[in-house]
Design a protein around this ligand. Structure first.
Ligand SMILES: [Zn+2]
Ligand SMILES: [Zn+2]
Length: 270
């Protein structure tokens, strides 16, 4: 049993203003709440929405942070995440050791002077860095089965699947699959999922100009959902300047291809 929240929805950079209120301007962050602890996936600016809830729920003692990758829009909220400064909190940070960079070094450099006054590792929380195991592609965290799958994206990214035996939710942000060329193994990874949160940054027309930039389209998401019998498609990683009206339009087009489609909104619970 878990409660899953989307905390930040926007791709690449934050956005604010009247035209972006419905679908939000904060970047990637998700949280999964169980009786045993909280899993945070990515630490984009949307982590502030999680922070507010943790303050009221007092359930931030045991946290596992999983990172899809380390582009700025996925880590920019980390330094101000308040559980880092709580001496009663235990935080495990986990990512793929097979990445081309040393991810622990990347995070430590990002959160250190002159970029931030307090160094990662010198805050009050009990902090540990752990590589995701390399001999398997799943592990148990707080009673949930968490699986991962490497997806194509500059500097590499991971897709995560969260499964409690009843509900399967897949996070596939920052992934580039052309709509007509989807890796069959990824389709297998998505098979019979309840929700596929999918990188739908571009329209098909836009994608023709941005091949190789690491992002996909709603058409690709709809094709995966149909091929893998996924119940719901959640469009995610909205283009920074895509307005609420434009996203509404995309959702209605996508529903003609795959009926149960929604667009990610801040603090949306799945
Ligand atoms: Zn991103
Ligand atoms: Zn990225």
């Amino acid at each position: 049993m878990y409660n899953f929240y989307i905390r930040g929805t926007r791709g690449t950079s934050t956005m604010c203003g009247q035209k972006y209120l419905k679908y939000g301007g904060h970047t990637t962050c998700f949280s999964v709440h169980t009786a045993l602890g909280t899993i945070v996936i990515d630490a984009g600016s949307g982590i502030v929405n999680l922070d507010k809830d943790l303050h009221t729920q007092h359930d931030h003692r045991s946290i596992t942070m999983l990172f899809t990758h380390f582009h700025l829009d996925h880590i920019v909220g980390l330094p101000s995440f308040t559980p880092l400064y709580d001496k009663n909190a235990t935080i495990s940070m986990m990512a793929d050791s097979a990445r081309p960079d040393n991810w622990k070094q990347t995070l430590t450099t990002f959160m250190s002077k002159p970029y931030w006054p307090v160094k990662l590792g010198e805050t009050q929380a009990k902090l540990e860095f752990k590589d995701l195991p390399t001999d398997t592609s799943s592990m148990e965290i707080y009673g949930l089965k968490v699986s991962w799958f490497k997806v194509p994206h500059p500097q590499q990214s991971l897709s995560f699947k969260i499964d409690d035996g009843t509900t399967k939710t897949i996070i596939a942000t920052d992934v580039e699959y052309p709509s007509s060329k989807i890796n069959p193994e990824f389709i297998r990874f998505c098979e019979n999922a309840d929700h596929l949160i999918f990188d739908s940054q571009y329209t098909e027309e836009e994608y023709q100009c941005y091949k190789g930039w690491g992002h996909s389209t709603w058409e690709a998401g709809a094709n995966i959902c149909k091929a893998a019998s996924v119940k719901q498609l959640v469009l995610f990683h909205h283009l920074p300047d895509r307005t609420d009206d434009e996203i509404d339009e995309i959702v209605s087009k996508a529903r003609q291809e795959f009926r149960n489609t929604v667009a990610a909104r801040p603090n949306m619970m799945l």
